[in-house]
Ligand binder design. Structure first.
Ligand code: SF4
Length: 323
């Protein structure tokens, strides 16, 4: 069966100015996202993984129009949205919600839980108060809370409960796509699995599509259908989960996976220690962005930036080792 594409990024770039000259012009630019391209299909979980500063959260904010790309295209449900105005984006945002890393910081501490969950309904619908409260109470039940929590304030909740409220808020207007930016990394390990299970169950129930942003390859393995590995603002490798974990091609992906603990005391694997410094995102290297840390670096890697190639069906890699 042909899968429906819900989101496409095509050569998306984003820089941020740093410093100022005497004339007030930017002194330099941080190249946060560089030529990022990928497709996301309806009903799947597409994860973006990489170390801190690799551009994964910036990519999430570009998708959600919280940032505007310098160049490239972002298509959502057949419409190019990268350059539209905030007014034009408002109805589209109803279909595209975000869950943030810090559940405490993303909830206004002065608002009751019921008001926080009701707020998107006030913005995006013309339902009356009774209809809105019916949805609020239903959603509290769906995310594992109850109507008795509705009148409380965020500080009365644990981190896991706050994230459940964040998820309920994201679900209020029946979105098609949810961008979850490190949604469990601020939670206790014991709570992480519960929130992952909740996200998984909600996906099955509502045919949600997730863009799941994480630094944690163990978590990503649990929840993803396909994964993009980012390094220095570039996509190094994109593949279905089974191919990425079973046959990692990019030396950076190999190194990341070698650090993932395996819950089997008899299984010993060699950890690849990356040496060399991460290049500055202000002065990007001319060739491969990973060259300074790659044990397989060849002369051409220093001169030419590798293009992305499809090495096997659905498995894309940007590395000169693959012709
Ligand atoms: Fe390593 Fe060269 Fe591949 Fe870059 S292109 S990852 S430096 S082998």
């Amino acid at each position: 069966m042909e899968k429906n594409k819900i989101l496409s990024l095509k050569n998306v770039c984003k820089t941020f100015p740093v410093g100022k000259t005497l004339l007030g012009k930017p002194l330099n630019f941080v190249h946060a996202v560089n030529n990022v391209s990928f497709d996301v299909y309806e009903g799947e979980t597409f994860s973006i993984v990489g170390e801190s500063g690799c551009g994964k959260s910036t990519t999430g904010r570009l998708i959600n129009h919280l940032l505007i790309p310098d160049s490239g295209e972002i298509w959502f449900q057949g419409k190019e949205i990268s350059k539209i105005s905030q007014d034009e984006m408002r109805p589209i945002r109803r279909d595209m919600q975000m869950i943030f890393q810090d559940p405490a910081g993303s909830l206004n501490p002065r608002m009751r839980i019921s008001d926080l969950i009701e707020e998107p309904l006030l913005i995006h619908t013309d339902l009356d108060k009774e209809e809105r409260m019916k949805i609020v109470n239903e959603l509290l039940g769906i995310v594992g809370l109850s109507a008795k929590h509705a009148q409380r304030y965020p500080h009365e909740f644990s981190g896991g409960q706050k994230q459940r409220v964040g998820i309920a808020r994201a679900l209020t207007v029946n979105p098609k796509l949810i961008i979850a930016d490190e949604p469990i990394s601020a939670l206790d390990v014991s709570i992480q699995a519960q929130v992952l299970n909740l996200l998984h169950n909600l996906q099955e129930k509502y045919n949600l599509t997730y863009v799941f942003i994480s630094h944690d390859l163990s978590v990503v393995e649990m929840i993803s259908d396909r994964i993009a590995v980012m390094y220095l603002g570039f996509v190094a490798e994109t593949a279905p989960k089974e191919l990425l974990y079973g046959n990692p091609l990019h030396p950076y992906t190999e190194a990341l996976l070698s650090a993932v603990p395996i819950p089997d005391p008899d299984y010993k694997k060699e950890r690849i220690i990356l040496e060399g410094d991460i290049p500055s995102t202000i002065n990007l290297p001319k060739g491969c962005p990973f060259a300074a840390r790659c044990s397989k670096c060849m002369p051409e890697c220093l001169e030419t930036r590798p293009e992305t190639k499809e090495v096997e069906p659905g498995h894309f890699v940007a590395c000169h080792l693959y012709k």
